[in-house]
Design a protein around this ligand. Structure first.
Ligand code: DX5
Ligand code: ZN
Length: 216
């Protein structure tokens, strides 16, 4: 059983509250919030104010904040105050990654580190033991609705093997191009959490899509 985290990037922002309530009522245990700054990625989305509104709508669901921003340390406290349960930063945006991870943990949130498709998993060698989650990007971050990059599967397998070898409980989350028809490939490789934006929000039957992803 996978944890399903619909990405609100593909929701209707004019009725965001209802779109969050909808996926949670249909079985999503996590809600994924994509924060983009127009610097780390070529797109701008939302900040703590909207994250707070998502938290209010999410009820007991985990609010999973994916920070695609430079200098994330400046904003970690604001997102935690807004209700983030998981705070994930990009390794590529953090010259002092170990310190940033400790900062997240000091705020009482789960600490995640995301890797772009080209980033080798070896950047985690000296920080993996500190992490609650590794987010493996299966597309280049910035936009919803892209196709997955095949190289992600052996990468997930290698990270999973490392987690098992070290006896850790670190979750692996995958993000980008995850759909009901390919979700089993991610879970077979070792993914625990499936982010899906268009795969849930654009589905004709969202409850069926969430159930199928969960069962993957
Ligand atoms: C991409 C974001 C993803 C995105 C996934 O930069 O991090 O969370 O919303 O969208 P889909 O599932 O449509 O590929
Ligand atoms: Zn994301």
């Amino acid at each position: 059983m996978a944890i399903v985290a619909p990405s609100i990037l593909s929701a209707d922002f004019g009725r965001l509250h209802d779109d969050v309530v909808d996926v949670v009522s249909k079985g999503a245990e996590w809600v994924h919030v994509d924060v983009m700054d127009g610097r780390f990625v070529p797109n701008i989305t939302i900040g703590p104010v909207v994250t707070k509104a998502v938290k209010a709508a999410a009820g007991d669901a985990v609010v999973d904040v994916h920070l695609m921003i430079v200098e994330p340390d400046k904003y970690l406290g604001d997102f935690r105050d807004a209700g983030a349960d998981v705070l994930t930063v990009h390794a590529e945006a953090c010259p002092h990654l170990h310190r940033t991870v400790q900062h997240i943990k000091s705020l009482g949130a789960m600490a995640g580190v995301a890797l772009n498709p080209h980033t080798p998993e070896s950047v985690l060698d000296y920080v993996l033991d500190e992490l609650d989650m590794v987010l493996v990007m299966s597309v280049n971050p910035g936009f919803g609705g892209q196709s997955l990059i095949e190289g992600v599967f052996p990468k997930i397998e290698r990270i999973k093997a490392n987690i098992v070898k070290r006896g850790l409980k670190t979750l692996i989350e995958v993000d980008g191009g995850v759909k009901t028809h390919n979700a089993h490939r991610f879970t077979s490789a070792g993914a625990d959490v499936l982010v899906s934006g268009s795969g849930v929000y654009k589905a004709a039957d969202r409850a069926a899509a969430i159930a199928a992803l969960k069962a993957s």
